[in-house]
Write a protein that binds this ligand. Sequence first.
Ligand code: 5AD
Ligand code: SF4
Ligand code: FES
Length: 345
Amino acid sequence: MEQLAAGAVLHKHELVYLLNHLDEDSRKQLQTLAHQKRVQAYGTSVYLRGLIEFSNICKQNCLYCGLRSSNKELSRYRLLPEEITACCREGYELGYRTFVLQSGEDDWYTTEKLVLLISSIKSMFPDAAITLSIGEREDEPYTRLLEAGADRYLLRHETASPALYQALHPTMTFENRRSRLRALQRIGYQIGAGFMVGLPGQTSADLADDLLYLQQLQPDMIGIGPFLPHHATPLKNEPPGTVEQTLDMIALARLMVPDALIPATTAMGTAHPQGRELALQAGANVVMPNLSPLSVRPKYMLYNNKICTGDESAQCRFCLERRIEAAGFHVDMGRGDSLKHLTHS
Ligand code: 5AD
Ligand code: SF4
Ligand code: FES
């Protein structure tokens, strides 16, 4: 562990050994080391991003996800461009300087429509960053969206195990996922990768591969959350990932990719009432409060019991500020670019 904190590169078998032998004491030590590393890189700042879930329509069919196309129970919605810009305005007034536009893979939102949307958000709020999280597209759309003003792109790799990836994603391929992440990076986005912890069948070797993949990719952002079952999916009866193991992975990600922005995810907040605070204390430094209109919140249900589906945007904004300060950190409402990005540009 100390070797890791000192910047040494661990071999896969060493990581697997570590993951299999963590106990209460070594977990605490791991989290302390990760916290120190985060303070060295980013101080005690926590960056806030406003999340707008603008469409729950998805053509893909990921086995774990409540938005999968086979889920016919879900009532689908799509916000119009003017509704999205209205969310941004509300967010801007609440102080947000990053907007994360997230959706299922919804082809109604063509490149043309997105280019218009992104350029109008950028012209209204020139000092805000735009993060897209809309899934897999080709190089050309990615390029045009960047040129329109998008700054960052979240596309979790979901799992570094080819076999597990293939079992969970009947409509997608492992190779293409990786190729899209590399393309986004090459095209010039700040990219976010990441994975779920506690997926059915996932092993310590798979989790070690997740960390090693991140170390090799060097993304600007890393999203890690527990797998949580959704009642209308084939994985409804599977046990959820644990908070404990997710914290291990967050701490290790901080030690292995020290400059990354790491969110304390909504899934962590759902798995445990203090889940996001615990993540911040284990190396995470970003929180993404919801800015979606109240009327659509319950419909963006990736997993059971998702938090904040009944709370106004302003409520989440101030709720999190209180929680962040109580956990010993302070809110930074700036754009919060990654250190990697700042040193390369
Ligand atoms: N449990 C936890 N995370 C999930 N996601 C989707 N479904 C679930 C689930 N059931 C995550 C995926 C996706 C992100 C937007 O949400 O990792 O990339
Ligand atoms: Fe669609 Fe993303 Fe859910 Fe997969 S995880 S079904 S791509 S919204
Ligand atoms: Fe949404 Fe606390 S963050 S209510």
